[in-house]
Design a protein around this ligand. Structure first.
Ligand code: NDP
Length: 338
């Protein structure tokens, strides 16, 4: 059983000594537990926060403990009353080949959804995050303008496509011309602007001639700064993530303190900003999400992009890719074949 444990807390970007690969015996399940074989591992931005020893909405990963992570796994041995050998589950199996589970945070995999790994993306936590943030906080109305960054990732691409289905004008923001072209061709966005372009701010203003009614916040930083003056009266901001700061969460941002300016704009334009943690705040809507989203997927109305590679040993580098914007679609590792 290969497993990555947290070796050393990083400063800035995780480095080669942040994680340590170990080999242990395959554990045996106790009464009430099951042994799982992890097949697909999800790499997500929130993982960076769990490496810091800082108060947050969830406990940090302890040193020398297995790195946490969502997985699609198969039961190989069960002493749990609700699961039998051969069952497939979505769970938090972590960065390892095998995991023991007592059934907490574990759900049976819906087998009619096509690719099993989609349960880590469009039909799982990121898809739910997109759906709930946009519909519950974004309060979309037909004809309004939505801007969403990290537009080719699992959250952003679902936000934008749901926005199109609900009749919004959708402007994506992504890193580089290739990602932007993909978003317009495959996700059907009305425009997609490269946040690395020198004239990004001007391009964004041109692409939103009627201003911005909903800004789905995934990144912060330069994108937020460019969006701020374009917000319309009564704009809504589902505050989902600020990935631009995850590798340097403790450092003050550069330049003059703009907090007063931001607050004044929110006040004058009556902007609603609401942060949320998906399962804590909207867990009760998971069934509604699943039925609507799996319906759209089955009807071919949503396009899903995965960036999958083989091999558990790539997990540390794959996480850094997500934090650097080097992933192209939902970053998943196939630990072993189905
Ligand atoms: P993605 O797969 O989209 O990966 C993150 C992307 O962020 C990168 O590919 C990159 O895209 C972009 N990015 C990274 N750094 C910057 C930067 N400095 N400026 C602009 N863009 C940057 O991730 P997810 O779809 O999984 O997650 C998107 C957001 O949603 C994250 O902030 C995450 O933390 C948040 N989230 C929040 C949840 C909640 O409950 N609140 C639950 C799940 C996710 P590009 O190259 O296009 O810039």
């Amino acid at each position: 059983n290969r497993r990555f444990v947290l070796n050393k807390r990083p400063t800035g970007e995780p480095s080669p000594d942040t994680f340590r690969l170990e080999t242990t015996d395959i554990p045996a399940p106790a009464e009430g537990q099951m042994l799982l074989r992890n097949h697909y591992l999800s790499l997500d931005p929130y993982m960076r926060g769990r490496l810091d020893d800082r108060k947050s909405y969830a406990e940090p990963v302890a040193l020398n403990e297995v790195m946490i992570g969502g997985t699609v796994s198969q039961v190989v041995d069960s002493r749990h009353p609700d699961y039998a050998k051969g069952d497939w589950v979505v769970t938090t199996g972590g960065w390892q080949d095998y995991a023991l589970s007592d059934g907490a945070l574990t759900f049976p995999l819906k087998t009619d959804m096509g690719n099993k790994s989609w349960a880590l993306g469009i039909l799982g936590m990121p898809g739910f995050t997109a759906w709930a943030g946009l519909t519950q906080i974004g309060q979309p109305k037909e004809g309004e303008t939505l801007v969403v960054a990290a537009a080719t990732g699992p959250v952003g691409s679902a936000v934008g496509q749901i926005g199109k289905l609900l009749g919004l004008r959708v402007v994506g923001v992504a890193g580089g011309p290739e990602k932007c072209a993909y978003a317009m061709e495959n996700f059907g966005f009305d425009a997609c602007i490269d946040h690395k372009a020198a004239d990004f701010e001007e391009q964004l203003a041109k692409a939103t001639p009627d201003g911005i009614d909903i800004y789905f916040e995934n990144v912060g930083g330069r994108v937020f700064d460019a969006v701020l003056p374009l917000l319309n009266m009564g704009a809504r901001i589902p505050l989902c993530g600020t990935i631009a700061t995850y590798n340097n969460a403790d450092e003050p941002s550069e330049g003059r303190d703009r907090t007063g300016l931001v607050m004044a704009k929110f006040l004058q334009s009556r902007v609603t900003v609401r942060g949320y943690i998906i399962f804590d705040d909207f867990g009760h809507l998971y069934g509604d999400f699943m039925s609507q989203m799996s319906g759209w997927v089955a009807e071919g109305k949503l396009h899903y992009l995965e960036h999958m590679t083989d091999g558990l040993e790539d997990a540390p580098e794959a996480l850094n890719q997500v934090l650097r914007g080097e992933n192209f679609g939902k970053r998943v590792i196939r630990i072993t074949e189905d």
